[in-house]
Write a protein that binds this ligand. Sequence first.
Ligand SMILES: Nc1ncnc2c1ncn2[C@@H]1O[C@H](COP(=O)(O)OP(=O)(O)OP(=O)(O)O)[C@@H](O)[C@H]1O
Ligand code: SF4
Ligand SMILES: [Mg+2]
Length: 417
Amino acid sequence: MTNERTPPAPGTAGESAGESAGPAASGSGPAHRARSVRAAGGEPAAGEPLLVAEGLVKHFPVLGGFPFRRQVGAVRAVDGIDLTVRAGESFGLVGESGCGKSTTGRLLTRLLEPTAGRIRYRGRDITHASRRELAPVRSEIQMIFQDPYSSLNPRQTVGTIIGGPMEINGIDPPGGREHRVRELLETVGLNPEHYNRFPHEFSGGQRQRIGVARALGLEPRLIVADEPVSALDVSIQAQVVNLLQDLRRELGIAFLFIAHDLAVVRHFSQRVAVMYLGRIVEVGDRDAIYRAPRHPYTHALLSAVPEIGTYGAGEEAHGAGGAERRERIRLAGDVPSPVDPPSGCRFRTRCWKARKRCAAEVPPLVRIEGNREGHLTACHFPEEPSTSARTEDIVLDPALAAIEERGAGEPRTGEQS
Ligand SMILES: Nc1ncnc2c1ncn2[C@@H]1O[C@H](COP(=O)(O)OP(=O)(O)OP(=O)(O)O)[C@@H](O)[C@H]1O
Ligand code: SF4
Ligand SMILES: [Mg+2]
């Protein structure tokens, strides 16, 4: 595999996702081979920091005035976040609509220029790297977007959609690009014979798979997946999540998995960060976040996730065994405007525990008493772990539950057109 790279054209970041997949899971497929070749060139070991953001800020200017428009404010979409994605891990980013998840993803992939802060990729500062300076690493960080319909050029064949970015990035695989594209189609559970077909000939889930194949063609080390399944039917969602899971396990690709659906994130992610109004309020291992959330906002978010089997109407949901109850917390009021966020703790206008101190002091994101290592919470008056949500029964839907039970080894059926 040749790894010479030339500057990419705009829009060459990967996009959507796919469904099931046999070959990817086998570990003997072409993508696996590509990975092995690259590993010889100095792959960061699994678990080592791959992408690190420090104090990352993105403010979008708000313009006003007449007749001369000038900046009258700023949307503080991302307002000082620190996060680390480690090699080979799946890191989930959750939060309500508008909290800054997509902006974070676009900053980390350098599709947006940060207002402040620092981004390091494999130890190298890429915060303000020019297009030319970014060229050697650009294809290693790919993005998969939510909408499988708008993310593929309707006038291009699948072969061009997947092979074009490889060509632009100077990736010239042994056996040729067409051969490699066909291998990739197989990897994501599509028929290699569909090489000459157009996007409209595929279903939504299949288009997502094409987007995944396109990202894989660039041999990424990190895929930022922004709501990759939220536009799909629930049954297809499970298959797409499963495909991504297989790719992560077999190819060692790290994922930043962005979603507002906590059940999907729980299924896919090893570590999870919770965002609220431009800031991370809690981060930690999946189990710590889902079983012992300490931030009131995390607690409220989790309490709104239905538990399998017995979730019903009303204020409460019952665990599968019915032995424990999880109080459903309804958050009062709307999310404040990111143009003028509350002082101190940004969650204070909706927090049932808010006190004077919460308005005066910004709570730092730190390991508080009772947290396990790596579990950080930004709250002056955190929840007691014992009163927190019991969430071991949270699953996306019965289809995902079935997949989870079935395990990774069993063959899966791809969606065929
Ligand atoms: N280009 C832009 N110009 C101005 N404001 C923007 C821009 N992009 C995003 N915003 C604002 O920044 C805030 C964060 O938006 P972002 O899209 O990152 O949120 P999100 O968490 O991804 O939401 P969703 O779950 O709805 O996708 C929102 O208030 C949004 O309106
Ligand atoms: S700091 Fe105060 S307002 Fe913020 S989450 Fe904690 S208790 Fe609530
Ligand atoms: Mg978004």
